[in-house]
Design a protein around this ligand. Sequence first.
Ligand code: SAM
Length: 214
Amino acid sequence: MTEPRAYRAELALRRAMPEGLKTLGRLVRLTFQPPPPSAPTIPQGQLDGCALMSDRVEMLRRLPKGGRVCELGTFRGDFARAILDIVAPDELHLVDVSFAACRQDVLDHPAVRRHETTTTAFLGASPAADFDWIYVDADHGYEAVVADIAAAKGRVKPGGLLVFNDFARIVRRGFGIFGVHQAVSEFAVAEGWALAYLCLNGEALYDVALRRPA
Ligand SMILES: C[S@@+](CC[C@H](N)C(=O)[O-])C[C@H]1O[C@@H](n2cnc3c(N)ncnc32)[C@H](O)[C@@H]1O
């Protein structure tokens, strides 16, 4: 994975780029890069116990209170605020290459531990399975999500959850490519983690939570 400082610069450059130029870049990428294959089918046995939620906030209401939680990708900190208010974790570890846009009330919260680095650098720094759940919402490209899963799966306690935002497949002009659906489906099939929650969303960008076998 790219070194944190280089990745931070790359993200800042991408954000500063005019929309027209970004769309042109995506068009060129989609022209030369074949669309990814369909995701594998997750066996029904891993889906039978999955609860359907109206949205991701409803899932937060069902999660155990307290505990040690991690959010990969925080941006403005709005979902981190919801986690703090609803789940009241003992520790909320926030990981982002930059907290420049993050709301101050989140950064100042006593439960918050801030890690200004890449997701994989943070997760790879310890082998301990020390999080009750990890929320994955950083880079949504296929390779990046595969890397996040590889680094995060061992950091979740047995029986804990790995939760993904934007569980979607988008291969469309102007939108870039979202590989979350494919990467998560491949992981579920390969490692047998059951789906615990599927959370709906008005843009059909769902959240999905997978439970680490106990
Ligand atoms: C979609 S936003 C997060 C939104 C937030 N979870 C919420 O729901 O309010 C994605 C964030 O991930 C960060 N990010 C992207 N790739 C990253 C990486 N490899 N390591 C750390 N942060 C990353 C970006 O800087 C951005 O702030």
